[in-house]
Design a binder for this molecule. Structure first.
Ligand SMILES: Nc1ncnc2c1ncn2[C@@H]1O[C@H](COP(=O)(O)OP(=O)(O)OP(=O)(O)O)[C@@H](O)[C@H]1O
Length: 462
């Protein structure tokens, strides 16, 4: 779905891009981006050209990738170039080419009747290393799922799609958004992971832009210069962009969860309108929106409308991803946000002040009530035939209390990864031949509500 900007194939009308990159064909599209397969003219390297139809998302993604680049992790996608869109065009991000994803690994594993444990461990380690690098850099991804964990043809897994990412600043009592250059203690020269970030051509830049480079020679910028320029573009592009911003979370947005008709009937309607206002002002206010991520991987606190969260929401998603890798089926495939919470509590038990201190203060907690789950099925039952160490890793991530969740860095040291069978080297991985195109189930927020018994009460819905 193209939102604003130049729309499909407008990349062909971008001489600044096409003079450096040959566009070979469409690779895929997401809620707010079209991605093309391309080739760098200078050396023939395969690249992905991501034409992002929403300037704010493009800047978020570029900012986050720049911040994580400082970690030099092989498990985070590399940003090679950024062509700002200016007034009339979309931003184009040039990324390393990663044609496969973890969803395809799960699909192939299911078809083969299982993944060998030594292979599984290597995929898990790569996921953990990528997420740990993001968190070390103070970047909250907010949309971790198998389809956003891309894989190269030689089996290197990389965290990708940072369109919903945020920089974190832990103030001690809550988390706030911050711009990446505010983290830096000084102006350090920034060197792109592969080559310098380049600027677009003069005619495509707003008049207030700094010096523009029209030639073919790339210019190396310091991180501070680059981010300053991005900041100017961001300030300009966000003016009057309210409609676009409310759509930027695509199918992950609470706004996108329902058709207009659904919103009228939805018990969480108050949170939708609340989140609309908040989403618009997220960067200015320093608060976060709860409308992030893809439902199956969304943490309980997000489902209950939290706007004050940190890396723990990524850790919940991580738990769901690793469980899917172990079981080769999605763990909590909710068909609506309420069904999502229902599925979680049927496995882990009711969410109460005992199991999640502070939960009753979450914005939507008192709007819906679930019957007492007398006998939660437990994660063991969801992960049949998995070892105690494997179940333990998932349990440490899928804690209701966000403060109790294990970190990605901590799990890298889990004895599970040093026990036999040892993880295969990356070269020993069975890499899928192609990406999954149609894998049945969907975590789309456009799905219909699943069947459920919902009763209106004085206090809300039960
Ligand atoms: N570096 C890459 N190399 C190859 N394909 C890529 C790359 N980045 C993205 N893609 C593919 O392009 C498609 C859309 O990409 P992406 O998910 O990043 O867009 P989006 O609009 O941000 O998506 P979403 O709707 O999940 O937020 C996906 O199929 C993805 O696998």
């Amino acid at each position: 779905m193209a939102i604003g900007g130049g729309g499909s194939w407008s990349i062909h009308g971008r001489p600044d891009v096409t003079s450096r990159y040959e566009v070979l064909g469409r690779a895929g599209s997401g809620a707010y981006a079209d991605v093309y397969r391309g080739r760098r003219r200078s050396d023939g390297a395969a690249v992905a050209l991501k034409e992002v139809h929403d300037a704010v998302s493009a800047h978020r993604e570029a900012d986050a990738l720049l911040a994580v680049a400082a970690e030099s992790s092989p498990h985070v996608v590399a940003l090679l170039d950024h062509f700002p869109g200016g007034d009339h065009d979309d931003d184009v991000l040039v990324l390393e080419w990663l044609p496969l994803d973890l969803a395809a690994v799960v699909r192939d594993g299911r078809r083969a009747g299982g993944l060998p444990v030594a292979q599984l461990k290597r995929w898990m380690l790569q996921v953990l290393e990528g997420v740990a690098a993001c968190h070390r850099a103070g970047v909250l991804h907010r949309d971790l799922k198998p389809g956003n964990l891309l894989i190269s043809e030689d089996g290197v897994l990389k965290v990708a799609d940072f369109g919903q990412a945020r920089m974190l600043q832990d103030t001690g009592t809550n988390y706030q958004y911050m711009h990446p250059y505010e983290q830096s203690s000084g102006v350090e020269p920034w060197v792109s992971q592969h080559r310098a970030v380049q600027q677009g051509t003069k005619e495509e830049q707003p008049s207030h832009e700094p010096e523009i480079h029209t030639g073919q020679e790339p210019e190396t910028l310091t991180a501070a210069d680059y981010l300053h320029e991005m900041e100017q573009l961001r300030a300009k592009s966000t003016q009057g962009d309210v409609d676009k911003m409310s759509l930027q979370d695509g199918n992950a947005s609470c706004l996108a969860t329902c058709s207009t008709g659904d919103i009228d009937d939805d018990p969480f309607r108050a949170s939708y309108s609340y989140d609309l206002e908040e989403g618009i002002g997220e960067e200015e206010s320093g608060a976060f929106t709860s409308c992030v991520g893809t439902r199956w991987f969304r943490s309980p606190e997000l489902l209950y409308g939290s706007t004050n969260y940190g890396q723990e929401i990524d850790l919940w998603s991580l738990g769901c991803i690793l469980a899917e890798l172990l079981n080769l089926e999605p763990l909590f495939p909710g068909t609506s946000d309420i069904d999502q919470i229902g599925r979680i509590i049927s496995v882990l038990g009711n969410i109460t002040e005992e199991t999640f201190p502070g939960c009753s203060n979450l914005p939507d907690y008192n709007k819906i009530f679930f019957n007492k789950v007398e006998k939660p099925t437990g994660l063991e039952a969801c992960l049949p035939n998995r070892s105690a160490s494997e179940v333990s890793i998932i349990k440490r991530l899928l804690c209701y209390d966000p403060t109790k969740r294990a970190t990605a860095a901590g799990l890298l040291n889990d004895p599970y990864f040093t026990e036999v069978p040892l993880p295969v080297p990356i070269e020993g991985l069975q890499v899928p031949a192609s990406k999954d195109e149609d894998d049945g189930g969907s975590d789309s927020d456009f799905d219909e509500f699943g069947s459920m018994n919902l009763t209106k009460t004085d206090k809300g819905y039960a």
